[in-house]
Design a protein around this ligand. Structure first.
Ligand code: PMV
Length: 314
């Protein structure tokens, strides 16, 4: 039947604050998830009977976009799960794309909309950052108002976000993965509780909102030093929101001498950090010295796409 792939992402600025309707900026990376849909006598995921509690994203994706006969979904991932690199969004986007392709309705915006509904259903609270970045690829700026590169607008309750395409310069990022799996839903809920009860946390959200556009402008001018400074500030603000981890702090600090700046990326609580650097070997060594696993990624990669499919390579 159909096979699609979708990229993971790093959030350069604005995670968590974006759930409150503030801006964020994310970059698609060259790690992808492939999802293959084929006919079956029962619903299967990677050879096992589909169960809502184990296959939350895939089964919710089927609820959103599939009304045909039973299918098997086979996923192949280059993205560590729960790493803050958008694996849940990528699997959702790739699976929905394969289902829409099967019905002849594959189109990035339609995929992004349905994938956001899935993240919302599974996580409780969510922004469309990950799902729209995985769908569109390249750089994605999420903001309140419409700007250059406007793609689509996504709404949920009293919140809405305008999604924009941004081209990305060839910056090098090294990721440091803590190996600690942290689920996004509880972290997002924890930030909401903190913001409701602490003025410092509410102020941190407002300051993150301010620095996102400065960061995007600096990136578009190629001003790596400024991007790095804002990354460092964003990292501290995320610590104020209670989503930090000692391992992330150690890796960010170790990257000081070998990068323009570093920060945690994604939901936090473990997961991953990123460093902007011209010295990926030095940054990788610094990250490895703190016990995190380093890997260098390309950014600004292609969004969701249809892949060739032959039954024998499933
Ligand atoms: O860690 P990830 O890949 O699930 O990224 C989550 C980003 C948040 O801003 C924390 C949540 C969201 O829905 O935007």
């Amino acid at each position: 039947m159909k096979r699609c792939s979708a990229p993971g992402k790093i959030i350069l600025f604005g995670e968590h604050a974006v759930v409150f309707g503030k801006p964020a900026f994310a970059l698609a990376i060259d790690l992808r998830i492939t999802s293959t849909l084929s006919a079956s006598t029962q619903y299967l995921v990677n050879g096992r009977p589909m169960k809502k509690q184990y296959h939350m994203y895939v089964s919710s994706a089927l609820d959103q976009a599939w009304d045909g006969p039973p299918v098997e979904v086979v996923t192949r991932s280059q993205i560590p799960s729960g790493s803050g690199l958008g694996s849940s969004a990528a699997v959702t986007v790739a699976t929905i794309a394969a289902m829409l392709a099967e019905k002849g309705r594959f189109q990035a915006e339609a995929v992004a909309r349905k994938a956001f509904e899935v993240e919302l259903a599974v996580q409780g609270r969510a922004s469309p950052t990950d799902t729209s970045t995985s769908s569109n690829g390249h750089g994605v700026l999420v903001a309140q108002e419409k700007m250059d590169g406007f793609l689509w607008r996504i709404e949920s309750g009293d919140k809405s976000w305008s999604i924009h395409h941004r081209e990305v310069p060839e910056f090098t990022f090294v990721i440091g993965y803590t190996g600690i799996h942290a689920s996004t839903g509880p972290l997002v809920a924890g930030v909401k509780a903190l913001v409701d009860s602490s003025r410092d946390a509410a102020k941190a959200v407002d300051r993150i909102a301010e620095l996102v556009m400065d960061g995007v402008n600096a990136m578009e001018k190629g001003d790596k030093a400024k991007v790095g400074r804002l990354m460092a500030e964003n990292h501290q603000l995320l610590n104020t929101l209670g989503v930090g981890h000692a391992m992330l702090d150690r890796a960010v600090e170790a990257c000081g001498p070998v990068s323009y700046g570093a920060k945690m990326t994604g939901a936090g609580g473990g997961g991953s950090m990123i460093a902007l650097t011209d010295d990926p070997t030095g940054a990788s060594k610094a990250i490895a010295s703190t016990g995190c696993t380093p890997f260098t990624v390309k950014v600004g990669c292609e969004g969701v796409r249809l892949e060739p499919y032959a039954r024998r390579d499933s």
